[in-house]
Design a protein around this ligand. Structure first.
Ligand SMILES: [Zn+2]
Length: 440
C-alpha cells in the first residue's frame, strides 16, 4: 500500500507535468482564429489564423493549433487586416489657441483612431519647426495611437492666416534640420492653405524635403490657375513620391468643365506623384469623385483630414471614408490596400501596414454589414449604399485596445461571483489583471 506522502507526490508530479506541458505549448500570446485575412503586401486574401507573440505577428497560417495560444479569439466571419494608417489628420490639440490647428481645431487622436481600426496617424502639418517639440511632448509622446507628423514649411505651423501667409517664415533649412533631428517621426513636409500666387511655399517645402529625404504633402491652397496652375505643380514642381492631398475637392481644377479628370493628374501619376484623399470638411465631392473613379482615377491612399470641422460632418472617421470607396465600387481588398500598405510606403514606414512574421502586431477586425446606409460629401449631398465595414476589434502592439462587442471577453455570469479584471497583460491593454503584489 502506498502512503499518503507517496500518493501526494504522484499527484503533484502529474500536475506539474501537465502544467509545464500546457505552458510549453503556449508559444503565442494571442490567436485570432478563422478570420478572412486581407494582407495586401503579402498578397493574402483568404481565411487564415493569425498568431501573435510579444507584440509581434508570429505567423499567419491556414490552421494554428489553439492549444498553442494563451488567448484564442474566434473571428470567423470577420475580416482581419493590418491596423489602418491615416496619413492626414490634425491632432495638435490642447494648447488653448483658438481657431488654430495648433490648438482648438485639432482633436486628441485616441478618441478617433482605435474605434475605427486606425493604429497609426500622420499629423498633416499642424506644427512647424518652431513648435514641433511642443507638439511632440504634448501629444505624440502621450498618445496610445502611433502619431507621426508632416512638418509644416511654415515655422509656426497652422496657427492661422497671419502665420500661414507669411513667406518669411517658410525656411527650408530649419525645417529640414528639425526633420533630420526626428527621423521616422517626421515623415514629410507639408505646405497648405497658402492664398498668394507665389510658388515659394511649394519650392521651400520641396527644398526641405529633398534635404531631409522625405516626401512633401501639398494642400494647394487658393487656386491661381494663371499664375500657379495645378498642371505645373503636378508635372514640374513635385518630385516622384510627393503627395497631392484633397484629390477630390474640385477646388483647384482637378476636374475639367467637361467633367473629366484633368489630364495633368494622369501625367503626374505616371511620374510617380502620389494622390491622397484628405476628405476633411471641404475636400470631397461626389460630383467629382464618382466620375473620376469611373474614369479610373483612384486614390493611392485613403485619408481623413480629421479635425473639428470634419469629425461630425460628411467625413466622420477613417472607416466612413473607406466605406465611401466601397460604395463607389472599390473592392474590399483594394480599400484595405489603400488604407494600410500604400500609406505605409508613402511615408517610408515599410515596417507597418502588413502582417509579415515579425511585423508589429497592429491589427483591425471588421464586420461587413449589409443594410441601407448613406454617405455624405462636403456640400451635404448623399450617396446611398448597402454595405459598410464596422470595426469590431483593434490591436496595437499585439494588445487589445478596442473591442466593440467584447469578442475577447468572457461572459460575466460564467465568472466567479467576485470576479475582477479579466484580461492578461500579454494580450490586453484595456482591462489586464492587476499585477500580483509581492506579499512582503
Ligand atoms: Zn488637413
Amino acid at each position: 500500500m502506498t502512503s499518503i506522502k507517496q500518493r501526494t507526490f504522484v499527484v503533484m508530479f502529474i500536475a506539474l507535468c501537465w502544467t509545464s506541458n500546457v505552458l510549453a505549448q503556449q508559444k503565442y500570446d494571442l490567436l485570432l482564429k478563422g478570420g478572412h485575412v486581407i494582407d495586401p503586401k503579402n498578397k493574402i486574401s483568404a481565411v487564415r489564423d493569425v498568431a501573435i507573440v510579444n507584440g509581434k505577428v508570429a505567423v499567419v497560417a491556414a490552421r494554428i493549433n489553439p492549444a498553442e495560444a494563451l488567448k484564442v479569439v474566434d473571428v470567423a466571419g470577420y475580416y482581419v487586416t493590418p491596423g489602418l494608417i491615416d496619413i492626414h489628420v490634425h491632432v495638435y490639440t490642447g494648447t488653448g489657441e483658438r481657431a488654430s490647428y495648433a490648438g482648438d481645431n485639432s482633436v486628441p487622436p485616441d478618441g478617433f483612431t482605435f474605434r475605427v481600426g486606425v493604429t497609426t496617424v500622420a499629423d498633416a502639418g499642424c506644427a512647424g519647426w518652431r513648435n514641433f517639440e511642443d507638439f511632440k511632448q504634448r501629444i505624440i509622446d502621450r498618445s496610445k495611437t502611433r502619431v507621426l507628423a508632416f512638418l509644416n514649411i511654415v515655422g509656426h505651423g497652422m496657427r492661422g492666416g497671419k502665420f500661414e501667409q507669411d513667406l518669411s517664415d517658410m525656411e527650408a533649412k530649419p525645417t529640414a534640420d528639425m526633420a533630420l533631428r526626428y527621423p521616422g517621426l517626421i515623415v514629410g513636409i507639408k505646405t497648405a492653405h497658402f492664398a498668394g500666387p507665389e510658388w515659394t511655399p511649394v519650392e521651400r517645402a520641396v527644398e526641405a524635403g529633398t534635404t531631409a529625404n522625405i516626401p512633401v504633402m501639398v494642400d494647394f491652397g487658393i487656386n491661381h490657375p494663371d499664375k500657379r496652375p495645378l498642371s505645373e505643380l503636378l508635372t514640374r514642381k513635385l518630385r516622384p513620391g510627393d503627395i497631392y492631398t484633397h484629390l477630390y475637392s474640385g477646388l483647384r481644377n482637378e476636374q475639367l468643365e467637361s467633367g473629366q479628370v484633368n489630364p495633368a493628374l494622369f501625367e503626374a501619376r505616371k511620374r510617380g506623384v502620389i494622390f491622397d484623399v484628405g476628405h476633411g470638411g471641404g475636400s470631397f465631392l461626389w460630383r467629382l469623385a464618382v466620375p473620376a473613379m469611373k474614369e479610373g482615377f483612384i486614390p493611392d491612399s485613403i485619408s481623413t483630414d480629421l479635425h473639428i470641422g470634419s469629425m461630425n460632418a460628411g467625413m466622420k472617421d477613417m472607416l466612413n471614408v473607406m466605406n465611401k470607396f466601397l460604395t463607389m465600387g472599390m473592392s474590399i481588398d483594394d480599400v484595405i490596400l489603400r488604407s494600410t500598405w500604400n500609406p505605409a510606403r508613402e511615408i517610408k514606414h515599410e515596417e507597418l501596414g502588413h502582417l509579415s512574421s515579425g511585423a508589429v502586431a497592429d491589427l483591425a477586425v471588421f464586420k461587413l454589414e449589409k443594410g441601407n446606409f448613406g454617405f455624405v460629401d462636403m456640400y451635404g449631398a448623399r450617396l446611398r449604399g448597402t454595405r459598410r465595414l464596422m470595426c469590431e476589434l483593434t490591436l496595437r502592439d499585439g494588445k487589445v485596445v478596442y473591442d466593440l462587442n467584447g469578442l475577447t471577453r468572457p461572459d460575466w455570469d460564467k465568472l466567479p461571483p467576485n470576479y475582477d479584471r479579466t484580461g492578461d497583460a500579454r494580450w490586453d491593454s484595456v482591462t489586464p489583471a492587476r499585477p500580483v503584489r509581492n506579499p512582503r
